[in-house]
Design a protein around this ligand. Structure first.
Ligand code: COA
Length: 339
C-alpha cells in the first residue's frame, strides 16, 4: 500500500507586507532583504485570523481538489499552534465538517511538511486510514519579534494542504521513499526560549520570576543555519534519490523549503541541477515553515508550470535541527490559485 497525493490546496491571509513597509519601522531596506533572501513581500495574519482558520481554508481547497468530502484522519503540522494545548487538528476537522475522525498536530518547524507527509503516509501504509487530510499551517509572524531585523523580514503566514489516499506505488502521485533526519546538538540555532515547560519549571511557574521579553520570540543564528541548510538539504536530496533509484537528471523540479533563495540556489549548484528547475515563490510569501512546500506546489500546479507526469523532489530543512526529502510524480489534480 502506498500513499498517493489526490488533492492540493493553499491559503494566504490577505494582509500583504512589503519590504518597504517593514523598512518604515525597522532598520532595514528593500535592497538588503531582496538580495540576501529573495523575499519581496509576505502575507501576515490580521483581524483575528490565526493558524486554525488558515488550516481550515487550505484544507477545504485540498478536499475540493480531491473531489471528496470525507477523510479518516486530519494531521496538522504547525510550529505556531493556536494554544499550547490542545492540538488544533481536532478543531480543524470539526470546522471542516469531517466528524469525529482521528486528528492530531505534529511539530517539526520548517521540515514539518516532510515529517507530516511521512506520518500521514504511515497511517495509510499501516491500514489505519484510507484517506488523510494533511495540512501545514502557520501564523509564525506572531512568534517573531517585530523589532528584530534579523528575523522579522524572513517569515510569512499561510497554509498548504494535501489529501492522500491509498493507492499503488506506480501511480502518479505515489509518494516515494523518504529521507528524514535530525541533529538536536544544534537545537539552539533556532529557538523560542520561553512559553514551554522548560521555562515554566525554571522560573517556578506563572507569576514567579520575570521572563525577558525577547525570550518570548524566535532567536536565530542565521550564518551557521545557512551552512547547515545547504549541507543537509543536499545530502538528504542525494539520499532519497538513491533510495528511489533515480538521479538528478530525472528531476523536473526541486520543490525545496523556501527559507532563502540563496540556499535553494546553493543546493541546486551542489546537486548540479539547472537553476530553471528550482521552484521559487519565496519572493511573494517568505518563509512559511510547514506551509512552505505545499504552498509552492499549489502555486506551480495552479499556474500550469508543474504538470501531470513531472517528477518532483521535495526537500526541507529547519529548526530542531531537522530535515527531510521525498520524490513523487505529479498527479493530474486540479489546483486553485491562492491569491
Ligand atoms: N537589514 C539590514 N541589515 C541587516 C539585516 C536587515 N534585515 N539583518 C542583518 N543585517 C546586517 C547584520 O547586522 C550584519 O551587519 P554587519 O556586517 O555590520 O555586522 C550584516 O547585515 C550581515 O548579517 P548576517 O546575519 O551575517 O547576514 P547573512 O548574509 O548571513 O544573511 C540571513 C542573514 C538570515 C538572511 C541568512 O543568514 C540566512 O538566510 N540564514 C538561514 C536562515 C534560515 O534559513 N532560517 C530558517 C531555517 S528554516
Amino acid at each position: 500500500m502506498t500513499a498517493v497525493v489526490t488533492g492540493i490546496g493553499g491559503f494566504l491571509p490577505p494582509r500583504r507586507v512589503t519590504n518597504d513597509d517593514l523598512s518604515r519601522t525597522l532598520d532595514t531596506t528593500d535592497e538588503w532583504i531582496r538580495t540576501r533572501t529573495g523575499i519581496r513581500e509576505r502575507r501576515v495574519v490580521s483581524g483575528g485570523l490565526s493558524t486554525g482558520a488558515l488550516a481550515v481554508e487550505a484544507g477545504r481547497r485540498a478536499l475540493r481538489s480531491a473531489g471528496t468530502g470525507g477523510v479518516d484522519a486530519v494531521v496538522v503540522a504547525t510550529t505556531s499552534p493556536e494554544r499550547l494545548c490542545p492540538a488544533v487538528a481536532p478543531e480543524v476537522a470539526f470546522r471542516l465538517g469531517l466528524g469525529t475522525v482521528a486528528a492530531f498536530d505534529l511539530t517539526s518547524a520548517c521540515s514539518g511538511f516532510l515529517y507530516g507527509l511521512a506520518t500521514a503516509a504511515g497511517l495509510i501504509g499501516s491500514g489505519t486510514a484510507d484517506r488523510v487530510l494533511f495540512i501545514g499551517a502557520e501564523a509564525f509572524t506572531t512568534l517573531v519579534n517585530p523589532e528584530d531585523r534579523a528575523t522579522a523580514p524572513i517569515f510569512g503566514d499561510g497554509a498548504g494542504a494535501v489529501v492522500l489516499r491509498r493507492g499503488e506505488p506506480d501511480e502518479p502521485g505515489a509518494l516515494g521513499p523518504f529521507d528524514l533526519g535530525s541533529d538536536g546538538a544544534l537545537a539552539d540555532l533556532l529557538a523560542i526560549p520561553a512559553g514551554g515547560a522548560r521555562q515554566r519549571s525554571a522560573d517556578g511557574g506563572p507569576g514567579h520570576g520575570a521572563v525577558p521579553a525577547a525570550d518570548w520570540y524566535l532567536r536565530m543564528e542565521g550564518r551557521p543555519l545557512y551552512t547547515q541548510a545547504v549541507e543537509r538539504m543536499t545530502q538528504s536530496a542525494r539520499a532519497v534519490l538513491k533510495r528511489a533509484d533515480r538521479s538528478v537528471a530525472d528531476l523536473d523540479w526541486l520543490a525545496g523549503h523556501q527559507a532563502n533563495l540563496r540556499i535553494l540556489q546553493a543546493v541546486a549548484e551542489e546537486l548540479e541541477l539547472p537553476e530553471e528547475r528550482v521552484a521559487v515563490n519565496i519572493d511573494r510569501v517568505g518563509n512559511t515553515l510547514s506551509a512552505s512546500v505545499p504552498l509552492l506546489l499549489n502555486d506551480y500546479a495552479a499556474r500550469g508550470e508543474l504538470r501531470a507526469g513531472q517528477r518532483v523532489l521535495l526537500s526541507a530543512f529547519g529548526a530542531g535541527l531537522s530535515w527531510g526529502s521525498t520524490v513523487l510524480v505529479w498527479p493530474g489534480i486540479p489546483a486553485e490559485p491562492v491569491g
